[in-house]
Each structure stands twice: as C-alpha cells, then as structure tokens.
Design a protein. Structure first.
Length: 381
C-alpha cells in the first residue's frame, strides 16, 4: 500500500510539474532584434517570397530553414518527409511536397520514450493570386518558431545537463520530453479548397508517423502517439488578432498561454502595446477566463486536422475571424505585417516554450536586471 501511494504521489507530481516562469525570466527572454527585418532580417526576410510547392522559391526557403538549424542549432536533428501528389490544377504532373522536421530530444532518453511538444507552421505559399507572398500565411509564423526554439536552446541544454549530472532514481515523463518543429509543405489548396486539394504535407506526415513504430516496450507506440501537444500557428502577424480557444481538451494549455500574455503585457514586454496600464486591458487570447457553459467550436480546416483525426491533442493558434483584409489577398505581403506584433508573438511563444519545458532558473537573467536598473536610473533623471 505504501509503495502504491508513493507511486501515486510520483505520478501526480509528474503530471503537475508545471512551474511558472519568473518575471525576471520573462524580462530576459531574447528578442529577434534585426532578424525579423522584412528587407534583410536573417530569419524572416528569406521566407518572404513566393514558395509554391515544387518551385525554386520553395526549395530556397527550405534551404534557408536547413541552414538556420545547421548553423545556429547544430544539436537539432533534421528529417525530411517527402511525398508527391497530383493536384486539380496541375494535370498529370506529380507535385513534390517536402516537410521539414527538426527534433531536439533529451540526450539521456531512448527515442521511443520521449514525448514531444510539437510546434507547427506551414511554409508553402498559395499559387494564386500570382506573386502571393503569404506573410501572415505563414511566413511570419515560421520565423516566430525558428526564433523561439533558438531562444530556449541554451537553457534546455543546461537543464538536461543538470539532470544528467545528477540523475534522479526515476526520470519522470516531463524530464523525458523533447521539442520538435514541423515546417509543413502544401497546406494551401491549388484550386478551390477540398479535402483532397489542401493539407498535402500534413496528410502525408500524419499517415507516415502513424506507421513509424518504435521498438517493443517503448513508452510510445509510434512517433505520432509521442506528440504531447500539437501547437499550430497560422495567420499571425497582423495587428490585434482575436484568438479563441477551440478545443475543450487543450483549454488548460490555452489558459497557460493566456496567462503568459497578460503577464508579459503587465511587465511592459509587448512592443505592440508597450504601456503596461493600457496593456493590461488588452488581450489576444480573449478566452482565458471563458465561462464553463460556453461551448467549444472549431470549424477551421488546417494542418492539425489529419493529426486530430488520429487522436493528437491540438492547440490551434489562429485568429477568428480571419484578418479578411489580408487573408488570401495579394495584400498579405511583407509591408502589411505589423512588426511589433510579429515580435510579440515570438516572445509569447518563447515564454510558453520556456514554461512548458520547465526551464525556470536556466536563463541568464542578470544582464536584463542590470539593463533594467540602468533604465530606472534614466527615468529618475
Ligand atoms: Zn492560407
């Protein structure tokens, strides 16, 4: 009975091991700086071009992602998942679709025992209108994800080294968690959106992962079942998005994100709304305190669907209503992005990642403290 109780306590503690990040950590999260400049920013600018599947623009953007990981995040493992398909508007030609998967797992864990927080955006752009850039759809979300994983990488390494240096008797599920980024191809329809003309990359990847079996006796049966939470970013980067909570089973994760948004605003960390007093009244994630009677509704078809149909838990970060002045219009270009909003999203996603991966105490907060003291002294003068 005692051992039953202690294992129960252990189980509960591993379920509840969600330590909020401190204000110091929130203030110290790294910022993209010039990397999000739309003209020559190292992360965002190379994505802001047409990138229709199977075209040179698509290949160039994929190469940009690969170079980013190889040069700045060499500990991440890269995988490509390829498929081909005909489309209703390209005749008998087989169009290639290439998904890029970037994975970072704890060095001490066996592959079949690692669950992964999964961050997702699509990198293809729509065939029409001609010259369509798709800045919010989804060049900017791709850039946010690259910046966010780069921003937690050092802290993640530190945490894992600490665990390795002092391994507990029983490494719990949270310690055995990794992170992965899916940069998906072929989300957009070539003609009119249908179940078969859309989500080419996501449909192929979900099917592939469902059959990617781990060794016997692994904690997880397949790489698909190892997805802890599928966080999909889409249509982000224009001002004042309204972000509903779409799914009852992941509303708890939405609430964590909403709380972080409010804390960042109150700390004056949101560039789109730098006044902490006014900031406290605003929210992108408007349903952090929704009443229990409100029904959850989701009718948006997006890259999560093939995964959700296979039982994966989804946090869908997409504004509703869509930003109609931009959505699938030629105006969805670099100039129509709201740069402070793009940066704020990357800060919020970084904070969410830091908290989810339990990284409190592993960020360098000293530098930001000094910067803050300097600022305060300036204000007093
Ligand atoms: Zn789209």
């Amino acid at each position: 009975m005692i051992s039953f109780l202690s294992s129960l306590v252990l189980l509960l503690s591993s379920v509840n091991a969600y330590t909020p990040v401190s204000d110091d950590t929130l203030r110290s999260l790294s910022r993209p700086g010039t990397d999000f400049d739309i003209h020559n920013g190292a992360i965002l600018a190379p994505i802001l071009r047409p990138r229709v599947p199977g075209t040179p623009g698509s290949t160039a953007v994929l190469e940009h992602f690969v170079k980013f990981f190889k040069t700045t995040l060499p500990d991440w493992r890269l995988e490509f998942q390829n498929s081909t398909s005909k489309t209703p508007v390209t005749g008998d030609k087989q169009i290639p679709f290439v998904n890029l998967i970037a994975i970072r797992d704890p060095p001490f864990a066996h592959v079949g025992d690692v669950s992964r927080l999964t961050l997702v955006a699509h990198y293809d752009s729509k065939l029409t209108p001609e010259g369509f850039i798709g800045a919010i759809d989804s060049a900017a979300p791709c850039a946010m994800l690259l910046h966010s994983v780069r921003s937690i990488d050092v802290a993640l390494t530190k945490r894992w080294k600490t665990i390795q240096a002092n391994p507990p008797d029983d490494i719990d599920m949270d310690a055995q968690q990794g992170v992965q980024v899916f940069l998906l191809d072929g989300e957009e329809a070539f003609g009119d959106w249908t179940a078969t003309d859309s989500l080419y990359g996501a449909r192929s990847l979900a099917e592939h992962m469902e059959h990617e079996y781990y060794p016997a006796l692994s904690t997880f049966k397949t790489s698909l079942s190892a997805i802890r939470l599928f966080v999909l970013l889409d249509l982000l980067g224009s001002k004042d998005p309204i972000m509903p909570s779409f799914f009852a089973t992941t509303h708890w994760a939405y609430k964590h994100m909403a709380k972080l948004e409010q804390r960042l605003r109150k700390l004056g960390q949101f560039k789109s709304d730098p006044d902490p007093k006014k900031g406290a009244e605003k929210a992108w994630l408007t349903e952090g305190n929704r009443s229990p009677e409100m029904r959850f509704q989701s009718h948006i078809s997006d890259d999560h669907v093939p995964f959700m149909q296979r039982g994966v838990e989804i946090l869908h970060m997409i504004p509703w209503p869509f930003p109609h002045e931009l959505w699938h219009k030629i105006q969805d270009d670099a100039e129509h992005l709201d740069p402070p909003t793009v940066e704020d999203w990357s800060t919020l996603i970084t904070a969410f990642l830091a908290e989810w991966m339990d990284l409190e105490g592993f960020f360098d907060t000293k530098k930001s403290k000094q910067a803050r003291i300097d600022d305060e002294e300036k204000t007093e003068l």
